[in-house]
Every structure is written in structure tokens, then in C-alpha cells.
Design a protein around this ligand. Structure first.
Ligand SMILES: [Zn+2]
Length: 217
């Protein structure tokens, strides 16, 4: 575990040093508004991850990767609809609109006003599942609800690149984006999966689900 932490820190520093900030107007902050179930060391780990995530989301590399994302030879994400908290669905967002939605940080949560505050507001719950479903899910959340539930077994074994890939995926759900729930060919090319993948890659990690989105059918 100690060795793992050391590795994560090295990855974090390496990533931060090579990223070029995007235009200053596009600044997004990542706030840990609520941390439930985190020990002191888990808290340190999630704070480092949040800092890395913030650096990546504000980088030019991230912006370019989002704008250039391709699916079936077209510059778009496979699942690019966005459900707003008062019901309407914005259909077929372009990559530019997806990027702007991310940077605006307006979560779509039931019973809460949706504010373009340029803040990724995270409410994280670290939980320990029963042993027989130890590795069943990395984490989960419910549509329209702020809480993101993170499985401690994964959290503990993950490096920072893996943590932020998962974190941004779950946060993107809070913005109103979704994906197929079966293992379809296009699922890795949806906004949550593809951007989770971009973030993990820029964080120094390997893509969790190699997208091959350019060629996907
Ligand atoms: Zn998801």
C-alpha cells in the first residue's frame, strides 16, 4: 500500500508538469463538498486526486482531446444527450457543447437549482461492501442525486489516474449525461466513459476501456 501511494504521487507530479493550461476563461474548480467514510489517509489520497483532476480538466490537452473525440469516423460522442433536472433533454450535443457543459459545472440534481458556477461539486461516500461483492462495482450513484458512492476496495488499490477516471465518469452523470448499461460497442464512446478515459490517460494511466471509437460500429 505504501509503495502504491508513492507511485501515485510520482504519476501526479509527472502529469502536472507536462500539461499546458487552457485559456484562463475556461477555469473549472473541483471541490470536495462532502467526504463521508474517509480515513485520514483516504482523505489525503482523494484530495491529491481532486487536485490532479482539476489540473487535467483545465489543461489544453484535455480540451483538445474532448473536441477531437471521434465515433464511427465522425467528431462526436456516441451518447451525447443531456437530461436537465427539470426534465427536458438536450439532444445531440456537439463536442464543443459537451466541453462547455463540463466547464460550466452545472450539476442537474433533483430539488436543487442548477448553477453554472464553474465548480465540479463532489459529494463522496466511501463504503466497504460485503466480502462477496468486494469487486462487483467500482462505484455508483443515482440519477439526479448528488452522492457518489465509491467502493473502498477499488479506491484502495487504484492509483490516482484510475481514481480520477472513475470520479469524472460519476460526476459527468451528475451533469445529466448517460450511457448504455449493457456492454455495447458504443458504450466506451459515450460522454461519461470516453471522458473518464481521456482523464485517466492524461493522469498518466492506461485507458480502462480502450475506446477504438474512431472505428466503432
Ligand atoms: Zn456510468
Amino acid at each position: 500500500m505504501v509503495r502504491n501511494t508513492y507511485k501515485s504521487r510520482t504519476t501526479l507530479l509527472a502529469a502536472v508538469m507536462t500539461l499546458i493550461p487552457a485559456a484562463a476563461s475556461a477555469e473549472l474548480r473541483v471541490n470536495l463538498d462532502e467526504l463521508v467514510g474517509f480515513s485520514t489517509s483516504s482523505k489525503t489520497k482523494i484530495e491529491q486526486a481532486a487536485n490532479l483532476l482539476e489540473t487535467i480538466l483545465n489543461s489544453d490537452e484535455f480540451k483538445q482531446a474532448v473536441l477531437a473525440h471521434q465515433f464511427e469516423g465522425k467528431t462526436l460522442f456516441s451518447n451525447n444527450d443531456r437530461t436537465l433536472n427539470d426534465g427536458p433533454i438536450q439532444r445531440g450535443l456537439t463536442n464543443e457543447q459537451v466541453y462547455e457543459a463540463l466547464m460550466a459545472g452545472a450539476e442537474q440534481l433533483k430539488g436543487r437549482p442548477s448553477v453554472e458556477d464553474s465548480v465540479a461539486n463532489l459529494e463522496l461516500h466511501l463504503y466497504t461492501p460485503a466480502w462477496y461483492k468486494k469487486w462487483s462495482v467500482v462505484g455508483y450513484g443515482y440519477p439526479g442525486q448528488a452522492n457518489i458512492y465509491m467502493n473502498w476496495y477499488y479506491f484502495n488499490s487504484f492509483n490516482s489516474a484510475q481514481i480520477i477516471g472513475n470520479l469524472v465518469h460519476e460526476w459527468i452523470h451528475k451533469l445529466g449525461f448517460d450511457h448504455d448499461y449493457g456492454r455495447t460497442a458504443r458504450r466506451p464512446c459515450s460522454v461519461p466513459y470516453a471522458i473518464g478515459d481521456i482523464v485517466a490517460r492524461l493522469g498518466g494511466g492506461k485507458a480502462t476501456e480502450p475506446p477504438n471509437c474512431e472505428k466503432a460500429r
